[in-house]
Ligand binder design. Structure first.
Ligand SMILES: NC(=O)c1ccc[n+]([C@@H]2O[C@H](COP(=O)([O-])OP(=O)(O)OC[C@H]3O[C@@H](n4cnc5c(N)ncnc54)[C@H](O)[C@@H]3O)[C@@H](O)[C@H]2O)c1
Ligand SMILES: [Zn+2]
Length: 353
């Protein structure tokens, strides 16, 4: 399935169930120019993914170098970016050469930022290996690293020249990472409404497998539908004016829960809790439906922190500005609006969500 992402410099996101090396080679060589490629990955990404990309590139005569850093958010730093620059320098990369990010969102954000800034920007490809990266972080061109304890504080908008997602890779994901991606998929269901919302309501996780209507879910179809929504949003608002803010549905309280849990809870799980929390706070639409979806996926729908803790964490978020925070609220599936919540009102609230 091919989705065209029509940003200022358009590119394709290709979602595959089981691509052959020759297919991947054709896609890669169609967008890459130079002779050299640095494949960036982390220690938790299955070696088979890196080998697959490397062999595909070798088929077309590219010289492939590897840079593998320790897995985890802790590696999303300028030090890792600097190390990538050192490799690009050592191997003589020029403006025509490219970077391929083989991994989850951490690899994609770090490698993308290195590519966005090396010689003022060279081509890069996203080869997402987590469900979250496939449906969210690999598309849209946000790249960057954490700084001084703040997430994504340093970064750049820079679109990849291609996204290649192989859904077969999700079979090795730990349940935590699978759920993280599913939380974002539920978010897309609310954003889109209609058919995707119905699909999302029928998702289950059993023994680490995603089921849809009782059958193994067609992950390629599900990912492609989510990527299409993200592509549409990014096309209309590449650099986060207003429309792109809708992608943050569930993220205000989600980020708060994530940081209050000291990142022990997975991002997408927090987004699921955050969607329920914001809906409870703003009238209660879709709360029973979202709670049922969470239960189907084995996620406790309660956010688990009291209002005082949440308010403090929301205030500390980098997306909060001025005297309050912009919430994304769903009136129904497929109908969302932005709502300004002043800190003063948030801090008067008591109890929990
Ligand atoms: N740029 C964006 O638009 C955007 C959007 C959302 C999230 N993000 C960022 O993405 C990051 C989170 O990404 P993530 O959830 O993919 O986490 P991650 O990249 O840390 O990957 C999670 C873990 O899974 C391992 N892994 C990767 N592929 C695997 C596979 N196929 N099988 C088994 N294990 C595998 C990784 O090594 C890692 O240990 C955060 O830093 C977040 O800020 C960016
Ligand atoms: Zn998210």
């Amino acid at each position: 399935m091919r989705i065209s992402v029509e940003t200022s410099v358009p590119y394709d996101a290709v979602v595959w169930e089981n691509p052959t090396e020759a297919d991947a080679a054709d896609e890669l060589s169609a967008v890459l120019r130079g002779k050299k490629v640095l494949a960036v990955s982390d220690s938790g990404v299955p070696r088979a993914a890196l080998d697959f990309v490397t062999s595909a590139l070798n088929r077309k005569g590219f010289e492939v170098f590897h840079y593998i850093f320790p897995a985890g958010e802790g590696s999303k730093t300028l030090a890792t970016v600097s190390d990538i620059y050192a490799h690009l320098l050592k191997f003589g990369f020029n403006r025509e050469d490219a970077v391929v990010a083989v991994g989850g969102g951490v690899v994609g954000d770090v490698a993308g930022f290195a590519a966005a800034t090396w010689m003022r920007g060279i081509r890069y490809v996203q080869f997402p290996t987590t469900l979250l990266a496939a449906v969210d972080s690999s598309v849209g061109g946000k790249t960057g690293v954490d700084f001084g304890g703040g997430k994504n504080l340093v970064g750049a908008f820079c679109q990849p020249c291609l996204v290649l997602a192989d859904t077969r890779l999700f079979s090795t994901l730990p349940e935590r990472e699978l759920l993280s991606g599913l939380g974002e998929i539920v978010k897309y269901g609310v954003l889109a409404g209609g058919n995707l919302w119905q699909t999302v309501r029928g998702l289950r996780v059993e023994n680490g497998k995603v089921l849809s209507g009782g059958q193994p879910a067609d992950m390629a179809d599900l990912v492609a539908r989510c990527v299409s929504i993200k592509a549409e949003v990014v096309k209309r608002d590449e650099k986060e004016g207003n429309i792109r803010k809708f992608l943050n549905f569930g993220h205000t309280f989600g980020h708060a829960a994530e940081s209050l849990s000291h990142f022990t809870l997975a991002h997408g799980v927090c987004v699921m809790k955050g969607m329920i929390a914001v809906q409870k706070l703003s009238g209660g639409a879709l709360v029973p439906e979202l709670e049922a979806i969470a239960a189907n996926l084995g996620v406790d729908p309660a956010i688990g922190f009291d209002m005082k803790e949440l308010a403090a964490a929301v205030r500390a978020d980098k997306k909060a500005s001025g005297d309050g925070v912009t919430l994304v609220v769903a009136e129904s599936a497929g109908r969302l609006r932005l709502e300004h919540l002043p800190f003063a009102r948030l801090e008067q609230m008591t109890g929990t969500l």
